[in-house]
Design a protein around this ligand. Structure first.
Ligand code: PLP
Length: 373
């Protein structure tokens, strides 16, 4: 029997997809280049690692791994409900927030339906949307005249909402640009959406943002029934390897999400470690302290190199290297520093750099100086 034309067999929405490109793993770089002390500032991970309480909680359940996880994630959902002042039925747990974003797309999208997001927005939105066969309406990013350049242009996004629109994705702040939306403008946008449109506000970097008019949009849920807020344990909580994220929404929306949620999507270790991480305020404070110092170090370092960067409130910053960034990325790899090229985000001259430990940031800045020379 000859091989079928697999591409023709694939669902139409899947045929045009490109797989998500993760940051290069450290071990891969070290293998390929024969280096030993490489630094990875490519995936917005917490440079301090997980907190001690999360690690201890994870260790403790290792002997229970023959059992399925608690399917509803009862304790974690209850704790998150308290944190967001909602009922536990408003929480949907995911295998990372990517899983939640995918569930949302599968519930609300399909052929003939549209979703709106911004140019330069997080790469998972196009994948989640297109896989369902829905059509993406991509709004051009702000050009700097009204709101920060590269940021979401809410007016342009609103213009693309039509009768077939069911979902709008907003990353606040956005990755890879680090741009963010203020409380008043974002709330007005949500309030003005028609009733047939759900809006997802992705707050993966919520804990890092230190701006007075940055909103905790989960507080709007009582008045904004079309809102879904997503959060994650992958970034500030330092648990990216365990894959735990969640949505907060109206319980009726959570009920729909649960219909497509894979059984046991959040594993036992992830559930207990996330719960413990929520109680580890010391680790979160230390994370933010290291982050602020590191961001200042990178921004002033780039300035000294004559490079401009997009002002970011996330734990990463997109720097304009003033030329096609692919060769600079390669040069940095040869110096043992992994960052993230963002040409796939229509930002060919930028590199996204995760804020690391002081010595890691210094390695990056020194390597950058050498490569650009
Ligand atoms: C990292 C990130 C996520 C979270 O991914 P997880 O699946 O929770 O690890 C979600 N949204 C944005 C914008 C991100 O950058």
């Amino acid at each position: 029997m000859s091989h079928p034309n697999y591409m023709e067999l694939a669902a139409p929405g899947v045929r045009g997809l490109q797989p998500y490109q993760p940051g290069k793993p450290l071990a891969e770089l070290e293998r390929e280049y024969g280096i030993h002390d490489a630094v990875k500032l490519a995936s917005n991970e917490n440079p301090l690692g997980p907190g001690a309480l999360a690690v201890a909680a994870a260790r403790e359940v290792l002997t229970d791994l023959s059992r399925y996880p608690e399917g509803s994630g009862y304790l974690l959902a209850e704790r998150l409900a308290g944190k967001h002042a909602v009922t536990p039925a408003a929480i949907t747990l995911g295998n990372g927030s990517n899983d939640v974003l995918d569930m949302i797309a599968r519930v609300f999208l399909g052929p003939g339906i549209e979703a709106v997001y911004s140019q330069h927005a997080f790469a998972v939105y196009p994948i989640a949307v297109q896989a369902t066969g829905a059509r993406a309406r991509v709004a051009p990013a702000a050009d700097g005249s009204s709101g920060p350049a590269y940021g979401h242009d809410l007016a342009a996004m609103a213009e693309r909402v039509g009768p077939q629109t069911r979902l709008v994705f907003i990353a606040n702040p956005n990755n890879p640009t680090g741009t963010w939306l203020k409380e008043a403008e974002l709330r007005a946008f949500v309030d003005d959406l028609p009733d047939h449109v759900m809006v997802v506000i992705d707050e993966a970097y919520f804990e890092y943002v230190d701006e007075a008019d940055y909103p905790d949009s989960s507080r709007w849920l009582a008045e904004c029934p079309n809102l879904i807020v997503t959060r994650t344990f992958s970034k500030a909580y330092g648990l990216a390897g365990l894959r735990v994220g969640y949505a907060v929404s109206d319980p009726k929306v959570a009920d729909l999400l649960n219909r497509v949620r894979h059984p046991f999507n959040v594993n036992t270790v992830g559930q207990v470690a996330a719960l413990a991480a929520l109680d580890d305020s010391g680790h979160l404070e230390e994370t933010l302290r290291v982050h602020r110092a590191g961001m200042a170090q990178l921004v002033s370092g780039f300035e000294r190199l004559g490079l401009s960067c997009i002002k970011s409130v996330g734990n990463f910053v997109a720097v304009d290297v003033g030329r096609p960034a692919a060769a600079v990325y390669e040069g940095l790899l040869q110096s043992g520093v992994i960052v993230r090229p963002v040409a796939n985000y229509e930002m060919p001259n930028h590199l996204r750099v995760t804020v690391g430990l002081p010595e890691e940031n210094q390695r990056l800045l020194a390597a950058m100086k050498k490569v650009l020379a």
